[in-house]
Design a protein around this ligand. Structure first.
Ligand SMILES: Nc1ncnc2c1ncn2[C@@H]1O[C@H](COP(=O)(O)OP(=O)(O)OP(=O)(O)O)[C@@H](O)[C@H]1O
Ligand SMILES: [Mg+2]
Length: 401
């Protein structure tokens, strides 16, 4: 009985222990489940946070792309071709919105006449890098000609961005600069050659006129000396007398050459007197041309540094009129007008196409027109030539006072 009692009691105890063990096990499971759930929730929150961050940075990137000031197109590789899948606001503006009509179109159809651009895109895609190309370009949207700097940039996995910068103005300015640099070089080469020619001319004149006169004077003087030694005083006086006109001519000749180089009358008497003197001399040589002068500006109003420039332009304009125009009348005027000093030389000759006068093929030109313009502009003035076929030519140079 006692044994039975003990057994029953022992079983009950064992059962109770098992029950308590089970309860403990459930509690542990619950706790670990709860921990797992918390971790999952945290992971979910983290994922959502990261997704939010990605969305934000995508939106930022999209905004950057949309608002970038450089016109941009996005192409996506499609088979052997590229499909236009996007563009930014700058591109819309660049094409006046016409780019929208090309969404979904393929590069080979858009650039059907520009295989070079397709080649650049393929090269960029294959090399996974950047390809640049500056080229004259007819815009496929507006059909107008521009000069464009293309930059094709590969973007993984299968995009090509093409940035387009309109460099038409920059190119035009660059070309203008190169052209004017070339012109300047040509001009300075021609100026050097002219300077050399001028030296030769002066040396020839000295040789041919002054040299001849001085030889004759020397001969005369030697004869006179010889005659004096021979006590032939009358003959000696005669020899010396014939020398006097030669000396006079030499003086006149020297004056003429000096005048041609720089008229001293310009420094001594001023621009008004120089113009009058020059026109008189000119009239003496070109007797078939009547020269009218109208010098209304006061001497003191013409700045000293302009006087030689005015004289040189007058010389060239008059010489051109005499050489090329066939005119029988030239009007010269120097006046003060609207706070400017204005020189004008007008002929009634045949006229000439001014715009073509600088084109060597059309008209083999000299240096006169270019150097007149150079002189006027370098001294702060402007030169204007108006000429009509059969109606003569007016050369006007003016400077601010
Ligand atoms: N007043 C004018 N009437 C008609 N043609 C002119 C006149 N001035 C210039 N021309 C034309 O323009 C061209 C260029 O003139 P420019 O003065 O530059 O050269 P050039 O007189 O021929 O030579 P250079 O002045 O160097 O001695 C002339 O050859 C001529 O055909
Ligand atoms: Mg000339």
């Amino acid at each position: 009985m006692i044994i039975l009692k003990n057994r029953v009691f022992g079983k009950a105890k064992l059962h109770m222990k098992r029950c308590s063990d089970n309860e403990k096990g459930h509690e542990t499971d619950l706790r670990s489940l709860q921990a797992k759930m918390t971790r999952l929730e945290e992971a979910g929150r983290e994922r959502r946070r990261i997704e939010e961050l990605i969305r934000e940075s995508e939106a930022k990137l999209r905004a950057l792309y949309r608002h970038s000031p450089i016109p941009t197109i996005t192409w996506q590789k499609k088979g052997k071709d590229f499909e236009l899948i996007g563009y930014n606001i700058a591109m819309e503006e660049f094409t006046d919105g016409l780019i929208a009509n090309f969404i979904g179109k393929e590069a080979r159809s858009i650039y059907h006449d520009r295989p070079d651009l397709i080649r650049s895109m393929v090269q960029c895609f294959r090399g996974k890098g950047v390809v640049k190309k500056e080229t004259p370009y007819r815009m496929f949207t507006k059909g107008i000609e521009r000069v464009v700097a293309f930059t094709f940039a590969f973007v993984p996995p299968d995009f090509v961005l093409s940035y387009m910068e309109d460099i038409t103005r920059r190119k035009a300015i660059e070309e203008m600069l190169t052209r004017s640099e070339k012109e300047l070089r040509a001009l300075s080469a021609r100026l050097m050659a002219t300077e050399e020619q001028e030296r030769k001319r002066v040396s020839r004149e000295l040789h041919d006129s002054i040299g001849q006169y001085l030889t004759a004077i020397k001969f005369n003087t030697e004869s006179a000396l010889h005659q004096i030694k021979q006590r032939e005083y009358q003959k000696a006086a005669g020899s010396l007398r014939t020398g006097i006109p030669l000396i006079k001519q030499t003086i006149a000749e020297i004056r003429r050459i000096m005048m041609d180089l720089r008229p001293s009358v310009l420094d001594d008497l001023g621009i008004r007197a120089t113009i009058s003197w020059f026109c008189r001399e000119f009239q003496g040589v070109y007797t078939h041309i009547s020269v009218e002068t109208d010098i209304s500006i006061e001497e003191s109003r013409v700045p000293d540094e302009l006087k030689a420039v005015i004289y040189r332009i007058l010389q060239e304009a008059m010489s051109n009129a005499a050489k090329h125009s066939g005119a029988d009348r030239i009007r010269v005027s120097l006046a003060g007008r609207r706070k400017r000093v204005v020189l004008s030389v007008e002929d009634n000759g045949g006229g000439f196409p001014v715009s073509r006068a600088h084109d060597k093929k059309e008209m083999p030109t000299g240096l006169g027109l270019v150097s007149m313009r150079e002189r006027a502009e370098l001294s702060g003035g402007i030169l204007n030539i108006r000429s009509r076929k059969g109606r003569g030519t007016v050369v006007t140079a003016s400077w601010p006072l």
